[in-house]
Design a protein. Structure first.
Lengths: 352, 470
């Protein structure tokens, strides 16, 4: 692996010297996500494997080229999991892509997001320097929290080499319930339940049906199930996998798929298109041909933002445009990590 | 004390009278250069010599903070944000002089959103004020450093507390910030949605930047539903090691314990004296369980079982809410109780955090190392996170004692690093741990932090001499 790391460092320093863009890539399952793809592919998959796994510590350190399925399997063998339930979006998803996109799955609303589980990273910046931030301990306030900054930065700040995650035990018991109700009622219910000490671990509303997953200790799940009522869902794991992987029928279709992240209690938006609601109402997927402007305004009004998640046409900016003062400090941050501007240029915003 | 580590990285900068006049004109009575006010803002809970600023602005709004920053920026004068002043590594000391911006008057709770479980507060709101304001909503804010710190200061130090093992730290619980940057611009790092905003996760960098990258004026945090049932207990052990093992095993079997705090026998004695409690003066765990009544019972039984296997005694329950409050108040006051072991003394507080499998060793070696010292060195901490403090109590007028305390502190930090841990799990870098950062992360990583600081604050006016130095 030493040699592979040297290869990556060389590729980056050469590119920096030539000012030649590089496109950091694992399995390419998330190529669809983000704005522009530019540069010569630098494949991370040669840098793979678990560096350190201490189940009793609830910590795993893994190289970024490791397939996500492999990591999840390793954890499951010891009764543990990545609590943020990352979407794979394809066979070859890697750990690096999971962290660089910062996308979390259904359990996000109750368990937290990818970045909440990052304890440390080893990152190669745009000069080919091999840097460590954070570590394998549960709390660390030594210096700026750059490990979490790298999460979700779409490879524009550096190539993730290794990531240390906090992992959690797989819940002892789970149950999935379904309720027939309209959108307004579902949003109210999800928020009401979230404000109560109930073991709700995922919610999904689509087409007049609210599906709710409970996870935790047996007694707690049983008690909550009795309290909530509803109808028990048969093949629950398959259902939640379909939501997470967007193989669910509502996600299919040729329309652009928008991802609106908003205040969870926001009432129905009334936007045209097919909709799936997750995260207690905080995440609304809308497959729609409505103009970008309309999506962005609706999201902003609800205290959030809209991302053009999947689309063939990316003429509209993929991510919510940044106000000038924010854009400026993004730019300075990008220059600090990648002075030559070679890492995934334009993948997040035009200009860095 | 003026040890090597307390030496300013650069001399005090000169403060033009022009600036003082401009501040007086703009802020009137809310700008002070009175000796007592300067002194009060020139010290924190660290053992370092007081180092007062040249003036203090009591800001009332975000715009005022921005104005003060711009005025200081014009003259390259340092600006130090000041919350409750409870930090312990010299964070707020005006080592290069300058103007302190005191945020304690920005103490309004701006919004409580019980629907989506968030609250937005001004930076000067303290954790107790916030919890009092949301008492009737059925929600609570879990992060509780011992001191009644304010949310701005807690965000700036990435604070944690006794609940971190279950609810996380400021790192996980701050959702968005309003920040004044070094050039006096006002930015919001996230909109109100739970998911942080588009672009880089700037919230995460400002959280824990100790006033060196921007001044936080508003904080949006996550709230939690009050658990249906809460039960708290104390459990005595023959040795510290038994108590530590109990916590480690509890975490490892996945019991979602809400609080698991260790106190060694000396700390218990100090607490008994200070808070008039009658706890058995033996190593002890303070435990708390949150959940449904049945889950709480189940958790407590499991932990009692683990404790017994480790030589622990039967739990003593704090049944009534008042008893629980009394217990945790006593825990929160442990730091001051320890200092009171020698009235007039100051404390060097170690802050090692190590992987939990190394925790028992780290604490044992620390006890062995401090046993031969003449200074009292009580130990307590958030052992569920792998984090503990050794409070080394020394007489500030006795140079030999102060040196001895610093030597012991350095050794704890080295021990933590040798065990793949960190020199600071929650208190931060301040002016004291700057050299340790290099040992922990290497020169290149620290250099990147430094370059980031210079990119955002090219004049080096925001709390200079802390975290990273040019
Ligand atoms: C008895 C006692 C117990 C403690 N227990 C704990 C504990 O359990 N866990 C823990 O984590 N800490 C603990 N601490 C340390 C301390 O309370 C925390 O670090 C706390 O978060 C500091 O908050 P403050 O409001 O006092 O900040 P201050 O001390 O006023 O400031 C701390 C730092 O933050 C900066 N700052 C303050 N406000 C702002 C702002 N608005 N914008 C930008 N920068 C700002 C300051 O410039 C300074 O660098 C304890 C301290 C004491 C005295």
């Amino acid at each position: 692996m030493e040699e592979e790391r040297r290869r990556l460092a060389e590729a980056i320093s050469t590119a920096a010297a030539d000012k030649a863009p590089l496109r950091l890539r694992g399995g390419g399952t998330k190529d669809f996500y983000g704005a522009r793809l530019d540069g010569k592919v630098l494949d991370t998959r040669g840098y793979h494997g678990v560096v350190n796994y201490e189940p009793s510590e609830l910590v795993v350190t893994v190289r970024s080229g490791t397939p996500l399925v492999e990591l999840e399997k390793t954890l499951a063998e010891r009764g543990q999991m990545l609590a943020f339930e990352p979407p794979h979006f394809g066979q070859g998803a890697t750990v690096g892509g999971c962290v660089a996109t910062g996308l979390s799955g259904p359990r996000r609303a109750s368990a937290g997001s990818v970045r909440d589980y990052i304890l440390g990273v080893r990152l190669m910046d745009g000069r080919g320097q091999d840097l460590h931030f954070g570590g394998e301990v549960m709390k660390n306030v030594a210096g700026y929290d750059l490990s979490r900054l790298a999460t979700g930065s779409l490879g524009t700040l550096g190539l993730l080499l290794e990531v240390s995650f906090k992992v959690l035990p797989i819940p002892k018991s789970e149950a999935t319930l379904r309720f027939e109700m309209d959108e307004r009622g579902a949003i109210e219910k999800m928020n009401e339940w979230a404000g109560k000490p109930l073991p709700v671990s995922a919610t999904c509303f689509h087409d007049g049906r609210l599906t709710v997953r409970l996870s935790g200790a047996e007694a707690g799940v049983r008690a909550a199930r009795e309290k909530l009522g509803g109808e028990s869902v048969g093949d629950a794991p398959a259902f939640w996998a379909a939501v997470r992987e967007q193989t669910f029928e509502a996600f299919r279709g040729a329309e652009p798929l928008w991802r609106l992240s908003l205040r969870s209690a926001t009432p129905p938006l009334g936007l045209p298109g097919r909709q799936v609601i997750e995260w207690n109402g905080g995440l609304r997927w809308i497959a729609s041909r409505a103009p970008a402007q309309q999506m962005r305004e609706a999201a902003a009004k609800a205290g959030g933002h809209a991302t053009l998640f999947r689309s063939h046409d990316k003429a509209a900016s993929v991510f919510h445009p940044l106000p000038k003062a924010l854009f400026d400090i993004h730019l300075r941050l990008k220059k600090t990590f990648d002075p030559a501007g070679i890492l995934n240029p334009g993948r997040m915003y035009e200009g860095f | 004390m003026q040890s090597a580590r307390n030496k300013p990285s650069a001399p005090r900068r000169t403060i033009p009278t022009e600036l003082l006049q401009a501040l007086r004109q703009r802020f009137g009575e809310r700008f002070s250069t009175a000796r007592a006010v300067l002194d009060q803002h020139g010290r924190d809970e660290s053992p370092f010599e007081a180092t007062p600023p040249d003036g203090v602005v009591f800001a009332a709004t975000t715009d005022e903070v921005a104005e003060a920053v711009r005025l200081c920026g014009q003259h390259r004068v340092p600006i130090i944000a000041f919350g409750a002043g409870s930090s312990i590594e010299g964070h707020v000391l005006a080592v290069q002089g300058g103007i302190t911006i005191d945020l304690s008057q920005m103490n309004k709770v701006l919004m409580v959103n019980s629907e989506d479980l968030t609250a937005t507060v001004e930076a000067g709101v303290t954790r107790k004020q916030l919890n009092a304001a949301i008492k009737d909503t059925g929600l609570f804010f879990p992060i509780d450093p011992g001191a009644d710190a304010c949310l701005g200061g807690m965000a700036a130090t990435r604070a944690s507390g006794t609940n971190a093992v279950r609810y996380g730290t400021m790192r996980e619980n701050v959702l968005g910030l309003t920040v004044v940057t070094a050039d006096g611009k006002i930015i919001r790092t996230a909109r109100r949605a739970r998911k942080s905003s588009a672009g880089y996760d700037l919230t995460r960098i400002f959280v824990g930047s100790e006033g060196t990258l921007g001044i936080i004026t508003e904080v949006t945090v996550r709230l939690y539903p009050q658990p249906e049932a809460v039960s708290a207990a104390v459990c005595s052990f023959p040795e510290v090691g038994n108590a530590v093992h109990t916590v480690i095993q509890t975490i490892q079997v996945g019991v979602p314990v809400a609080r698991a705090e260790l106190l060694d026998a000396l700390t218990v004695r100090a607490v008994n004296r200070h808070s008039k409690t009658t706890l058995k003066e033996q190593p002890m765990l303070f435990l708390e369980f949150h959940g449904t009544p049945s889950a709480v019972r189940e958790q407590a039984e499991t932990v009692q079982e683990i404790a017994r296997e480790n030589g622990g005694e039967d739990f003593e329950w704090a049944v009534h809410p008042e008893d629980r409050t009394r217990l945790w108040n006593a825990r929160h006051k442990a730091f001051h109780a320890c200092i009171q072991l020698r009235p007039g003394a100051r404390a060097f507080t170690t802050d090692a955090c190590v992987p939990i499998s190394r925790l028992a060793d780290c604490i044992r070696e620390t006890i062995e190392d401090t046993r031969t010292s003449s200074l009292p060195c009580p130990i307590f901490g958030h052992v569920g996170d792998g984090n503990f403090h050794c409070v080394i109590v020394a007489d500030p007028n006795n140079a030999a004692e102060m040196q001895e305390a610093e030597r012991l502190n350095q050794r704890v930090m080295q021990r933590a690093l040798a065990m793949d841990g960190t020199c600071t799990g929650e208190h931060g870098v301040g002016m004291h741990k700057i050299p340790l950062l290099k040992e922990e992360f290497g020169d290149d990583a620290v250099d990147l932090m430094r370059r980031l600081k210079m990119a955002w604050d090219p004049l080096n006016i925001l709390n200079p001499g802390k975290v990273v130095v040019p």
